[in-house]
Design a protein around this ligand. Structure first.
Ligand SMILES: CC(=O)N[C@H]1[C@@H](OP(=O)(O)OP(=O)(O)OC[C@H]2O[C@@H](n3ccc(=O)[nH]c3=O)[C@H](O)[C@@H]2O)O[C@H](CO)[C@@H](O)[C@@H]1O[C@H](C)C(=O)N[C@@H](C)C(=O)N[C@H](CCC(=O)O)C(=O)O
Ligand SMILES: Nc1ncnc2c1ncn2[C@@H]1O[C@H](COP(=O)(O)OP(=O)(O)OP(=O)(O)O)[C@@H](O)[C@H]1O
Ligand SMILES: N[C@H](CCC[C@H](N)C(=O)O)C(=O)O
Ligand SMILES: [Mg+2]
Length: 484
């Protein structure tokens, strides 16, 4: 491919023809090689234009940038467009040219990883070659890879989609984070359907208000989905009505799921400790299914996943039957073990208020003793959620232990103090390993422990360094030490 083959993406610019082949694209000057298109993007920390010269020296053919960019010292063409992030994503889609034929994306504050994984599992169970892409990385036939972002950057994403398509993967589900949507990381993905789970407080360090955060998520429906494509919306969330309205306005075919859902309607649920029995109305009949997962929220996620599968061609009965074989995504209310007295210990990824509320509420019905929680909050992230999570923990747990999550560049004790400001009676143990060991040692018959915040993560970031750390491993160690 030549740069001129992308010329229609840069209208109003002179694109030289007859030049060398386009070798690649990147928004990071450090990754630019000879024959690359460098996209100079304005970021949160810096402006990519500051690195245009560096990209030129590394052999870039041209620089893609916003309309306000100027570069008097640049010898290579400067291609100016209104939305360079989107143009980069569309260029990447064309450069890599190949995607699984049936792709879906799910957005929402909580449940994205679970839904993406569940959709993949439904497809696998019904005989499709399927993949999922999200916070826990990539899961595809013969490929399990840990990833660092929930939604990869567009160049990495389109490269991956091409590889999956080449490997014969026909179906892929992915998470659409609000950062990913806002930064156009999913633009150019040919989506067959989209979904929304819920909206709660998160990322208010990045989005000015909850309304802005919701609007960023609605890009999935109003910009990324083709007109008339199915939008599966969980109907029982306070933000469902606004989402349905936005999706309808965008011309989507809105399919609601949940207790108030019309496409897949939840009639009745009976909770057992590790599973729940649900009566579901869909496709004109009632289905009884046993979901092998704990937590009301997993029913919600399962219904959204089934909605996506059915909306993209899976037969209703087969999709719902597949729910009986679901495995939870790693670190999502995952039962790790139990003490010798039978007290279960869960690892959960709740790192935002609603998620913590849901995780603690989910274990309460089968806990005859005390609910114990160990949690913290990440540094360099929305500070406002800290006291809110402190209040939730002390309200819903009998014993709350406040510890460190990923402090990043912040002072860990200050993060803990912000949580403790609204957590009367909570215990403070900064060292996460020690906090987990203490919590496990406190457990008596009938108690339940939830270790929240890090889920599947395999490291703890302190300053710039990520130290190996796994809640799974620490819980297992503590249980073993205590003779469980
Ligand atoms: C705040 C944020 O979202 N940042 C993301 C964003 O970076 P940015 O554009 O703001 O970067 P910047 O550092 O200001 O630099 C501006 C530009 O200069 C370029 N540059 C910079 C230095 C240099 O030497 N040369 C160079 O070319 C950078 O590559 C960039 O293009 O675009 C980058 C490329 O796509 C991302 O890697 C980066 O994610 C950072 C690492 C991050 O931590 N993101 C988190 C907050 C995130 O996106 N999370 C979401 C949601 C998680 C969830 O709740 O599920 C996710 O999808 O993972
Ligand atoms: N539908 C839901 N409603 C409320 N809370 C949920 C729901 N699904 C999951 N959770 C909670 O949120 C945590 C994260 O779940 P999951 O990883 O599926 O969501 P996510 O949207 O991918 O989150 P992230 O943005 O952090 O990647 C779970 O561990 C659980 O505590
Ligand atoms: N995708 C989320 C993950 C947060 C996980 C939590 N353990 C933390 O470090 O805050 C983020 O980057 O905000
Ligand atoms: Mg996720």
């Amino acid at each position: 491919m030549k740069l001129s083959d992308l010329a229609d993406l840069f209208p109003d610019n002179m694109v030289p023809s007859g030049e060398a082949a386009l070798a690649g694209l990147s928004s990071d000057s450090r990754a630019v090689g000879p024959g690359f298109l460098f996209a100079a993007l304005k970021g949160v920390k810096t402006d990519g234009m500051a690195y245009a010269r560096q990209a030129e020296q590394a052999g870039a053919l041209a620089v893609l940038a916003g309309l306000d960019a100027t570069a008097p010292n640049l010898a290579i063409p400067l291609l100016r467009v209104p939305d360079p992030r989107r143009t980069l994503a569309l260029a990447a889609a064309r450069f890599y040219a190949g995607q699984p034929t049936t792709m879906v994306a799910v957005t929402g504050t909580a449940g994205k990883t679970s839904v993406a994984s569940f959709v993949r599992q439904i497809w696998e169970r019904t005989g499709q070659k399927a993949a999922s892409i999200g916070t826990t990385g990539l899961s595809a036939p013969g490929r399990e890879e840990y990833g660092s972002l929930t939604t990869p950057d567009p160049v990495a994403l389109h490269k991956l989609l091409r590889e999956l398509a080449d490997a014969g993967v026909t179906h892929a589900s992915m998470e659409a984070s609000s950062h990913g949507l806002d930064q156009r990381r999913l633009d150019g993905v040919l989506l067959a359907a989209g979904a929304f789970t819920n909206l709660g407080r998160d990322h208010l360090d990045y989005h000015p208000t909850l309304e802005d955060y919701h609007r960023a998520k609605m890009r999935l429906f109003d910009t990324l989905l083709p007109k008339g494509a199915p939008a599966v919306v969980f109907a029982d969330d306070p933000w469902s009505a606004a989402t349905i309205e936005a999706a309808e306005r965008a011309g989507c075919e809105v399919l609601t799921v949940g207790r108030r859902g019309k496409f897949i309607s939840l009639k009745r649920v009976e909770h057992e400790r590790q599973r729940q029995r649900a009566e579901i109305e869909a496709g004109g009949r009632i289905h009884e299914i046993v979901l092998p997962l704990a937590g009301d929220f997993q029913i919600a996620n399962a219904l959204v996943a089934a909605g996506l599968a059915v909306a993209t061609g899976t037969e209703t009965e087969a999709a719902l039957r597949a729910l009986e074989h679901l495995r939870g995504a790693s670190g999502r209310l995952e039962l790790i073990g139990q003490t010798s007295a039978g007290a279960p210990v869960y690892v959960d990824y709740a790192h935002k208020p609603d998620a913590l509320e849901n995780a603690l509420s989910a274990v309460r019905p089968f806990t005859t003793g005390r609910v114990v929680v160990v949690f913290g909050c990440g540094g360099d992230r929305d500070r406002g959620k800290r006291p809110i999570m402190g209040a939730i923990a002390t309200r819903l747990a009998d014993v709350a232990i406040v510890t460190d999550d990923n402090p990043r560049s912040e002072v860990p004790a200050e993060i803990r103090a912000e949580i403790l400001a609204d957590a009367p009676g909570a215990v403070e143990i900064g060292d996460r390993r020690e906090a987990i060991r203490t919590a496990v040692s406190l457990l008596r018959a009938g108690d339940t422990l939830v270790v929240a915040g890090k889920g599947h993560e395999e490291g703890q970031t302190v300053g710039d360094v990520t130290h190996p750390f796994s809640d799974h491993a620490e819980v297992r160690k503590a249980l073993a030490e205590l003779g469980a």
